[in-house]
Ligand binder design. Structure first.
Ligand code: AMP
Length: 393
């Protein structure tokens, strides 16, 4: 169990909150192009303000690699947050040091301070103890609401928790609760859809799910290594030859465990992603040598939709086609729609899959779309996440 924010007395306290404000910025203007991550932390911040806490926020932004990078300062993020909260958000020129301490200690009830980019200091990513201690000096309570960085043991996500009473914010709790529902006592049948580019990226996920799921649907670039393992000719499709044997083993394991592992029946194949109009729909047994698979075909969409209808818990990680390039988004769109129409508990692992669901305008019809790409993948792989472990009783 995670220690929860609502169980601590935060009234008038200085609460140091790790948020994930690593928002995408426009390369030319530096403007924030998507504020989803800022909005995702509002429940925690608003709750703290309702308790008259003194809120000190900390995050990284981009990859400054331990140096001050002017374009990666937090002031624009603080401004956007201020607009969303309808109140001033104070900023600092640094995230540690005596000036910052003076500011933090001088905060009044209900004030909000945004610290400067944590990754301007190399000690952050090294989980340096002295640096974590300096951060801890700013607050009286530590709240971690940055699920997306919970798989990293950094000073602000792990180290600092050793120096202050600590707990999980509302976003962190939500992520943990939903993702746990896949791994612990899920309502059955449990169905997983895996896709994305490579088997190697999803191997640990597949192995962890194999002992838990009833049905496993495999699409995307990773399906071709499995089709090759079945002895099929896959043309120019993505393939990891070194994993063909592993794919065979996974199929044998699935059959032994009574898992229904389904691969595509038909495919959309293209010669060149730059020329999407030149594509064909073919059965998996008939991929022309000069074509490569870019999406699941219509028969597969129907089969997958049928299986999705029967499931009670569904987890989806990895698009089943090159969803960024229409019309090769049709397979992923069909999966997203099937999830949206399902009455099951539906969970979408972050990163590209979340982007796909957003693109189709269906995110609000899914029980939970994770805000963490790497973190949700590692969670579903069954690994312990350092930023979560320190928040457990
Ligand atoms: P991942 O980050 O591993 O979930 O991979 C997502 C990426 O996989 C997306 O950018 C998709 O375009 C890509 N992808 C999905 N299906 C295919 C495919 N059949 N061939 C190549 N790339 C694919």
């Amino acid at each position: 169990m995670l220690r929860r924010l609502q169980d601590l007395d935060v009234k008038s306290k200085r609460v140091l909150v790790r948020v994930d404000f690593n928002v995408p910025l426009d390369k030319k203007t530096g403007a924030i192009t998507d504020d989803t991550r800022i909005r995702a932390s509002l429940p925690t911040i608003n709750y703290l303000l309702s308790q008259n806490a003194r809120v000190i926020l900390m995050s990284h932004l981009g990859r400054p690699d331990g140096q001050v990078v002017e374009s990666l300062r937090m002031d624009k993020v603080a401004r956007r947050l201020g607009e969303l909260l309808g109140k001033e958000v104070l900023v600092t020129g640094d995230c540690v040091g005596s000036d910052v301490e003076t500011l933090a200690l001088g905060l009044k009830d209900g004030q909000v301070l945004m610290l400067e980019n944590l990754r301007f200091h190399p000690e952050e990513e090294k989980n340096d103890l002295a640096f974590a201690q300096k951060l801890a000096r700013l607050g009286e309570i530590y709240v971690n609401d940055a699920f997306a960085t919970a798989h990293r043991a950094h000073a602000s996500t792990e180290g600092v928790a050793h120096f202050l009473p600590s707990c999980a914010g509302f976003l962190m709790q939500k992520e943990y609760d939903y993702l746990s529902k896949v791994l612990e006592n899920p309502a059955k049948p449990l169905l997983a859809i895996t896709g994305g580019a490579k088997v190697s990226d999803k191997l640990k996920l597949l192995l962890n799910l194999l002992s838990r799921v009833n049905v496993l649907l495999i699409g995307g670039g990773m399906a071709y290594t499995f089709l090759k393992a079945r002895g099929l000719q896959i043309g120019t499709s993505l393939c990891e030859n070194e994993l063909v044997e592993k794919a065979k083993e996974i199929m044998v394991e699935a059959s032994k465990a009574g898992v229904e592992l389904l691969l595509p029946l038909d495919l959309v194949v293209a010669k060149d992603l730059n020329n999407p109009s030149d594509h064909l729909v073919v059965p998996v047994e008939q991929i022309p040598a000069e074509y490569g698979g870019v999406d699941i075909g219509p028969k597969t969409r129907e089969l997958f939709k049928e299986k999705i209808k029967q499931a009670k818990t569904i987890v989806w990680n990895g698009p089943v086609g090159v969803f960024e390039i229409p019309p090769f988004d049709q397979g992923s769109r069909a999966i997203a729609l099937a999830l949206a129409e399902s009455t099951a508990l539906t969970i979408v692992g972050g990163g590209d899959t979340a982007a796909a669901v957003e693109k189709f305008g269906l995110a609000d019809k899914i029980s939970h779309v994770s805000t963490g790409g790497g973190a949700s993948l590692e969670f579903l792989e069954g690994r312990s996440l350092p930023g979560i472990e320190v928040l457990k009783n």
